[in-house]
Design a protein around this ligand. Structure first.
Ligand SMILES: Cc1ncc(C[n+]2csc(CCOP(=O)(O)OP(=O)(O)O)c2C)c(N)n1
Length: 951
């Protein structure tokens, strides 16, 4: 507030000025003593206090006592305060719900008007419109009439921009936004040059769509028409980001307008896009390839201020929105790679459809990651290309919320709804959004309203389902035309300029089109970034196995260092015991357990320069209270991560407890792995079966991205697996699913049975330059099993063994049991109990890729005809049995009859009854040692097997 205008006591200046206005019109309309007072002013007897730039006559002098007439004045004061209060309420109402009447929809579909934005709601009448009120909260130094106040509010909140920000708790942020919006009435000053640029970018967008439609009639391109402002929006965003110091942008988007973005933003040669339309290079598709509107691309962008911004558009499956966490994870990896701890050098832009944004849960999961320590990227720019339809579904059937973006209100971030037909409003919103993000390092949403001129794709007939809407859409001119008319009216641009831009774009496309048809056309291939130099995919045969041991003395050192806590750290009494165990392991007095082996793998890799990133639910302690990688001070709760204190020049070891999300977090970690081939990136499921919540990431990305998009990942999945009587939901990591999707050496599926094997497989994953996802079935009960131990020597030497053979004399063996993981220990124990020296137990530790020749070699020496069984805990239709059967048929290597021992085929993975579980497990063991049984365990299935409750 202007201090010069401060009023003594409770008397309100606006009130006095209102009174003065009335007095000027009719002196008798104000009380007699006020008449005297005003008369003195007019005579010049009372000095007035005028603010220099105050437009109207401010008449109040605080130094002079005001006329007071007891109760009358008090009543007037109260009335004045009340009026001002109502004005303040009105101002607040516009801030809260002005967006509901904003002109954000180019189609102008009717929306209910909230009563709070009507002055009458506060008892104001036409007479009040010219009263003066204080506007200190409206970022105005002035006293304005009610009419002016409402005009300002409408300009700010109800024109082409509707903004939601009053859900933000932080007063500072709200104040920042208010100042930026109310101070400018939410309009940006646009120079002629900028206007021309917007027009050019709109022309690019329109020309591209028209060209594709003309040349490739009926081809699916998921046109952007009706929302072409996306192109100037991105253009402005990249320019602004570049000016803010952003050097890397990761862009995630779906089908809508993707080709347009590829051409006009990513700079992919239109010739290349046209060739893909014509499928001229179909034979060059690696693997199965993917359709053109799913492919990724990257390029450098040179800003007007001569800065270079590298933009990577993520490849994208059809599954809408699942690219979101992947894109964010990629950016986080890029930021970590260049040490951008402030998160100012990278920007993630996610482009969404309105139906998908409102409908897909992964959107919420990704938003939830945005401010978490382990996942933040300093704010993502979300752009919703809101064409007000999802395939054939109208918003009324697509969401229960007012806006498609309402889920984003879970975050304290502004949501800008903007009319895509007003490119200058779009420009204002881009500026605000990016400045907000740069200032507060938070996500921000631009919900750009448009429409979809054509059907869902170009072959679709939209008027089947939205006849009225499409009649209205048909009549609409393009955004470009509308904007051009506006510019012509302003006189900043003339027809000639506009024509020149249009002709040059059309000629460019024609030229590219002609060139793309040439027989000797060589599509420009983007140079892969050096990050991936030296790493490769393809068949595993190309990846040599080599020793992965780590010198024993250094392993001892790593173990010891982990037990040396800072003097001011007070570990939990039980952690003291764990530390004592580790000390004994280091001294060679106790063998290594699973957790120690893991810490040695992480520690040794980190010391060798590999960044370790492990995330998942409760991974710090470990679901089974076995890891304790993050220690908590017993007195004040502060944390200490021993693995981060191994040596001064070690690579970071990051262990993040994730939110309770699978698809979001796994998507993020997958994305991270794409841009950090040198880091060991691991995601652990709380229990293995929770991976199915992340199935889209597994199917669409992890298993198939090399095949579809030629993109490699070496992400490690740690999936606790094993039948321990805990019920249907805590037994199985659905091993069978990973094996079913395994082909072309796309993933590695491993079920290690010893700590040393675990140690070596983790090290192998990093040390081989062959980059493939690694799916590990990990133990639960075996974590503390006295037999599940390894020695330091086993970690110091050797390598991961794909098969662990049996040491029995082969000629004396009457049956061979093949198995993996936990069941091995039960089989071994039973064999000891039964003294069955004739039964060999061979562990297949790597289930995929399955090196048959190694298995064959392992079985050499067993008498031909010796029955071989695959023994598993899982039911017949689960586990690795089908995979084994598929690979080996009924006779293994033409020599050994091959059959399986398993639980009966079942709809759910395991029984809910611990007693029944034990009986089933016993039956498997009985079968395994029952000589001569070849036909599986159908006979072993318990009579009247009633599975327990599955809830
Ligand atoms: C997860 C998922 N479910 C369903 C589909 C099928 N599908 C493709 S586009 C689409 C409509 C998308 O609408 P919107 O998000 O508004 O984007 P628009 O196509 O209108 O730009 C649907 C249902 C899909 N691709 N992904």
């Amino acid at each position: 507030m202007n201090e010069n205008l401060a009023l003594p006591g409770s008397l309100n200046l606006a009130f006095v000025e209102g009174l003065y206005e009335s007095y000027l019109q009719d002196p008798s309309s104000v009380p007699p003593d006020w008449q005297d007072y005003f008369q003195q002013i007019r005579n010049g007897d009372q000095p007035t206090l005028l603010a220099p730039d105050f437009p109207r006559t401010s008449i109040f002098n605080p130094a002079v006592s005001l006329p007071r007439t007891g109760r009358a004045v008090e009543a007037l004061e109260a009335q004045s305060a009340n009026l001002q209060d109502r004005v303040d309420q009105l101002i607040r109402a516009y801030r809260i719900c002005g967006h509901l009447i904003a002109q954000i929809d180019p189609l102008g579909l009717p929306r209910p008007v909230p009563p709070e934005v009507d002055p009458a709601h506060y008892g104001f009448t036409a007479e009040d419109m010219d009263r003066l009120f204080s506007c200190q909260t409206l970022h105005s130094r002035d006293f304005l009439t009610l009419r002016e106040i409402i005009q300002r509010l409408r300009n700010t909140y109800c024109r082409s921009i509707g903004v939601e920000y009053m859900h933000i708790d932080d007063l500072k942020i709200r104040g920042w936004l208010q100042e930026r919006m109310e101070g400018t009435e939410n309009r940006v000053e646009i120079t002629r040059k900028e206007q021309l640029r917007i027009l050019t970018r709109l022309t690019d967008a329109v020309t591209f769509e028209e060209f594709i439609r003309k040349k490739f009639i009926g081809a699916k391109s998921f046109s952007l028409e009706g929302s072409e402002s996306l192109i100037p929006l991105l253009d402005l965003a990249i320019e602004r980001a570049g000016d803010q110091g952003v050097q890397e942008i990761v862009l995630g988007m779906a089908h809508r307008g993707r080709l347009n973005v590829l051409s006009n933003i990513l700079g992919k040669s239109p010739g290349e896009i046209f060739r893909e339309f014509a499928e001229m290079d179909a034979v060059s598709y690696k693997g199965s390839g993917d359709v053109k509107y799913h492919k990724g691309y990257s390029n450098d962008w040179r800003t007007l201020s001569k800065k270079t911004v590298h933009i990577s558009l993520c490849f994208n499956p059809s599954h809408l929105e699942f690219v979101n966490p992947v894109a964010v994870g990629r950016l986080r990896a890029k930021q970590d790679r260049v040490g951008d701890g402030d998160r100012t050098k990278g920007l993630c832009i996610l482009i969404h459809g309105d139906a998908a944004f409102a409908g897909q849960g992964v959107v919420q999961e990704t938003l939830n990651l945005s401010q978490l320590r382990g996942y933040t990227v300093g704010g993502t720019l979300h752009i919703v290309v809101n064409n007000q339809i999802g395939f054939t579904t109208s918003p009324s059937d697509a969401r229960s919320s007012t806006y498609a973006t309402d889920v984003a209100k879970m975050l304290p971030i502004p949501i800008f709804h903007v009319n895509g037909e007003d490119p200058e409003a779009v420009a204002q919103v881009v500026r605000l959004a990016l400045d907000y993000r740069a200032t507060f390092k938070r996500d921000v949403v631009i919900d750009m309203y448009g429409y979809r001129r054509l059907g869902h794709n170009e072959a679709d007939e939209p008027s089947f389902t939205q006849p009225i809407l499409y009649k209205a859409i048909e009549k609409r001119k393009s955004v470009r035309e509308g904007y051009l008319e506006h510019l012509l009216k302003l006189g900043g641009v003339n027809e000639r300029d506009a024509k020149r831009i249009q002709t040059s774009r059309a000629e460019h496309f024609e030229k590219e089109f002609a060139e793309s048809k040439a027989a000797d056309y060589v599509p420009p291939t983007p140079v892969p970034r050096s990050t991936w130099k030296g790493y490769f995919g393809g068949p595993e045969a190309q990846a040599k196995d080599f020793p992965t041991g780590y010198p024993k003395d250094r392993l001892i050192q790593i173990l010891r260092t982990q037990t040396e806590l800072p003097p001011d750290f007070h570990p939990h009494p039980k952690i003291e015991k764990l530390l004592e165990h580790r000390r004994k392991m280091a001294a060679g007095e106790q063998p290594l357990d699973w957790s120690a082996a893991e810490s040695l793998a992480f520690g040794s890799l980190s010391v060798e320069g590999t960044r370790i990133r492990l995330s998942g639910q409760d991974v710090g302690r470990g679901t089974f209270s076995h890891r304790h990688a993050i220690l908590y001070d017993y007195q004040d709760g502060h944390t200490y991560v021993p693995l981060q204190h191994l040596s001064p020049d070690q690579a970071p070891v990051e262990i993040f407890n994730s939110p309770l999300s699978e698809v979001g977090v796994l998507g993020f970690e997958y994305g991270y792995s794409l841009d950090r081939p040198r880091a060991l990136v691991l995601w652990e499921a709380q229990f293995g079966d929770f991976t199915n919540v992340a199935q889209v990431i597994i199917d669409q990305f992890l298993a198939s991205s090399e095949d579809k998009w030629g993109r490699l990942s070496h992400l490690v999945l740690l999936l606790p697996h094993g039948y321990e009587g805990q019920g249907p939901e805590h037994s199985s990591a659905r091993l069978e699913r990973f094996l079913a999707m395994a082909a072309e050496d796309n993933i590695q599926v491993v079920y290690p049975s010893t700590p040393a094997q675990y140690f070596h497989i983790l090290r192998r994953q990093q040390m081989r330059n062959w980059r493939k996802p690694l799916v590990l079935m990990t133990p639960k009960s075996l974590l503390r099993h006295p037999d599940v131990t390894s020695t330091l020597e086993e970690c110091a030497t050797g390598m991961f063994q794909r098969i662990l053979p049996d040491e029995l004399k082969r000629q004396e063996v009457s049956r061979v049991l093949l198995c993996a993981g936990k069941i091995y220990y039960e089989l071994r124990k039973r064999r000891t109990q039964l003294k069955r020296e004739d039964v060999a137990i061979v562990r297949i530790e790597q289930l995929y890729p399955l090196r048959k020749e190694i298995i064959e070699k392992t079985l050499e020496g067993y008498k031909p005809g010796t029955p071989v069984f695959w023994v598993q805990e899982e039911p017949e239709n689960m586990g690795a049995w089908s995979h084994m059967r598929l690979n080996f048929g009924e006779k293994l290597f033409q020599k050994f009859p091959f059959s399986g021992i398993y639980r009966e085929a079942s709809a759910s993975p395991a029984t809910g009854s611990a007693i029944l579980h034990k009986k089933e497990q016993e039956q498997i063991l009985v079968q395994a040692f029952e000589q001569g049984t070849l036909a599986g365990v159908a006979s072993a299935v318990i009579e009247g097997d009633k599975r327990g409750p599955t809830a």
